[in-house]
Structure formats: structure tokens, C-alpha cells
Design a protein around this ligand. Structure first.
Ligand SMILES: [Mg+2]
Length: 394
């Protein structure tokens, strides 16, 4: 089998990758909704993969993987990898999870990252009220993540929150005693709503200074939060800072999490080998794809590190990729961050997903060939941009 074409269309805000072959089989991949600029990044790789056998996924990846980097520069490579696995699965007539080593579980747990309700403000009462809405959502999430500290607008909206200056992007600085107390009060208010029925994860930064982060983590120890995420790096930080994470991880029993922006297994090595965090969250749409994520999960497990992959903006093709790889991870798997179709018409143009997708915080792993989801051309045509007409032609 040979790859005949690589295409990218922006559908809604999601870049979608479509690889066609000389045997009439096509594969799909997707990148985050936050990257509508991705098309030229994807097309950069076209000449490197056309003519190759897509079912030799690794050999194709060797041609393009070295030309990627931390978020957002690993996204195109990751979306292409996903589409190659989709083709390989379809060609073999088996679901992608079997190509990744086979199922460890029949249903995969998800946590809430994408089902959101507008915040009225940033007081403890506002956090409690907002959390009550998420707790009541029909997916029955067993873990909910909320943004606090520098990952929220607290630095801007809570007077005297910290000693630095608010930046348009990348605000950092030492927090005041008042700021620290405010964050803790908001977490206590959310825990008051969730009790011990639903786990609370906190997306915190980046932006924290080490002593403040240690104080926060220690103060939250009695509350048993699931994890503190991205205190020092994350988002679009093009480096890791494993030693800085190690300082806090060794100082507290509150689990510490990072890794959504990191590209490739090599860049997780220090975090894992130094036991610098307790939980890592590679995103299959940024880390280099689903086999990359599977490899990292296995290596993390050897070191006692848990997996909670990032995925909030990954779209419905990305959701399918998450389900397949999550089904194959070792028992260090906790849950992946559940992405939704955005806009909601995405659910009308994608076939193959269960309905409802999530029941009691779990997704049943389906066993149709490839990723097992497809875009229905007749329904999707209307949403294609003028320059993307012809996206579904073979
Ligand atoms: Mg995060």
C-alpha cells in the first residue's frame, strides 16, 4: 500500500488530517481546536510521506518525527501519526488498540476538562456554585479539573493576589499571603461540593514560584486533591524544568502533574527517571501521536508514575485516538481529559461514536477497524471552507 496524498482541512476550528492511499483506504487525524493555523504545518510533511507504505507506521514516522518540537510544533506530526494508525487498523481489519498491544480494559475513564459553565467571578462561592453544575452534568464525571491560581484570571481579578505584574501571556510571580489564602479557600469551597464522591484536580499555572507552590501543596494535603497541574511549566512552555518539579514533589504528599506541552518520549525521560512528578499528562495531539503516548505510559509505569493525558481541545477524532491508546495503557492509567465536539454540529458529522459517549465517567471501547470513527462527507461538506473543497476526494 502506498500513501497517495496528505490533506488538511480546518473544520470548525479543528485541523483535520486526511491521508489517502492507492488501495482506497483513508485515515484521519486531528489537532487541537486552538490551532486553526495548522494547515501549512501539516502540508510541510507531504512530500516526505507520499509514496511510503502507511502500514509501516514507524518507518514513516522516522521521516517526519525529527522535524517537530514542543507545542504547537509537534501537532502536525502527531495528527499524521494518528491517521497512519487509522489506515493500518483498517487495512488489517482490526481496531487500533490491538496494534498498540491490545486491550487492558474494556472501558476507559475520562475526567472533565471540556464541559464548562461560565464563572461569575473568582470568589470561593463562585467556585462552589460552578463546581455544583459540573458535578450535576449527565456524564457523571468521577474526576473534575478546575483552573485556579495563574491558570485562572485570579492574578488579574483578585486584588493583591501576587507581587508581580499581570502579562498578556505568561504571568508569573511570588504570591501574597492573601493570594495563597484565596486559592486555598476556593479549593475548600469546591471540595465542600464534591466531598469524597468526585475527585478534584487543579490546573494551577504555569506561573508559581517554588516556595509558594510547596506551601500550596502542603496546605492542600488534608483535602486529598487528585493533582496539582502545571505549576511551573505547561501550556506553551518549550522546556521541562524537571529539577524544579522534583523540589515540590519530594516536599509534599499532594500529587504533582505536568507534561501537556512536551514533545516525544526523550523529553519525558528526565521527569520520569528523576521521579520529578507523580503524574504525567502527554497529549496525543502534541506528544508525537498515540504510539508515542503508549511508550511513555509504559516507561512511566516502570518508575511508579501515573498517567492522566491532556485532551481538552482534541476534538472527536482525537477522542477516538485517546480511547484506543487509553485501553492499552498499564494500570498506572487514571483517566484522560474528555474533549467535546466544538461546535456541537461535530456530533452530526462524525460516525462511530457511542451515544451517549460517556456513562458514569467511562467510555466503552469500541472494536470497529482503525480508529473506528469517520467523517460523513455528505454532512460535513457544508462546513468546509472554500479552499478545502475536495477534502473528501480520494
Ligand atoms: Mg493544563
Amino acid at each position: 500500500m502506498k500513501i497517495t496524498d496528505l490533506k488538511c482541512a480546518i473544520i470548525g476550528n479543528n485541523p483535520v488530517v486526511r491521508i489517502t492511499t492507492d488501495e482506497g483506504i483513508h485515515g484521519l487525524g486531528q489537532a487541537e481546536t486552538t490551532k486553526p493555523y495548522l494547515k501549512p504545518h501539516v502540508m510541510f510533511y507531504k512530500d516526505m510521506i507520499v509514496g511510503e507504505d502507511p502500514t509501516d507506521v514507524e518507518r514513516v514516522m522516522l521521516r517526519i518525527r525529527r522535524l517537530g518540537a514542543f507545542k504547537p510544533w509537534g501537532s502536525a506530526v502527531s495528527a499524521i501519526e494518528m491517521a497512519l494508525w487509522d489506515i493500518a487498523g483498517k487495512a488489517a481489519g482490526i481496531p487500533v488498540y490491538k496494534l498498540l498491544g491490545g486491550k487492558v480494559r474494556d472501558k476507559v475513564r475520562v475526567y472533565n476538562g471540556a464541559i464548562r459553565f461560565p464563572m461569575k467571578g473568582h470568589s470561593p462561592d463562585d467556585y462552589a456554585e460552578n463546581m455544583a453544575k459540573m458535578k450535576a452534568s449527565p456524564e457523571g464525571f468521577s474526576i473534575i479539573k478546575q483552573a485556579v491560581g495563574f491558570h485562572s484570571s485570579m492574578a488579574r481579578e483578585v486584588p493583591g493576589f501576587f507581587y508581580g505584574e499581570v502579562q498578556p501571556r505568561g504571568t508569573r510571580g511570588q504570591i501574597t499571603e492573601r493570594g495563597l489564602k484565596h486559592v486555598i479557600a476556593c479549593v475548600e469551597a469546591m471540595k465542600g461540593v464534591l466531598g469524597d464522591e468526585v475527585g478534584l484536580a487543579l490546573d494551577c499555572g504555569p506561573g508559581w514560584m517554588v516556595p509558594d507552590a510547596i506551601r500550596l501543596a502542603k496546605a492542600l494535603e488534608p483535602l486529598n486533591v487528585m493533582w496539582l497541574e502545571d505549576l511551573f511549566t505547561g501550556d506553551y512552555t518549550p522546556y521541562v524544568l524537571a529539577d524544579v518539579y522534583r523540589d515540590i514533589t519530594m516536599s509534599t504528599s499532594t500529587p504533582i502533574h505536568t507534561g501537556e506541552q512536551i514533545y516525544l518520549r526523550q523529553n519525558f525521560r528526565e521527569l520520569i527517571e528523576k521521579h520529578a512528578v507523580n503524574i504525567i499528562g502527554p497529549d496525543p495531539e502534541d506528544v508525537g501521536g498515540i504510539a508515542e503516548l503508549k511508550w511513555i505510559a509504559e516507561y512511566a509505569d516502570l518508575h511508579g508514575i501515573l498517567m492522566a493525558p491532556h485532551g481538552v481541545f482534541d476534538g472527536l477524532i482525537g477522542l477516538a485516538a485517546h480511547v484506543h491508546v487509553a485501553a492499552t495503557m498499564p494500570q498506572n492509567y487514571i483517566a484522560f481529559e474528555y474533549p467535546i465536539g466544538n461546535p456541537s454540529w461535530w456530533y452530526d458529522i462524525v460516525s462511530g461514536l457511542p451515544n451517549p459517549v460517556v456513562k458514569d465517567s467511562m467510555i466503552d471501547v469500541w472494536d470497529t477497524p482503525g480508529l473506528g470513527v469517520d467523517i460523513i462527507p455528505d454532512k460535513a461538506e457544508q462546513y468546509l471552507r472554500e479552499e478545502d473543497k475536495g477534502f473528501f476526494d480520494d
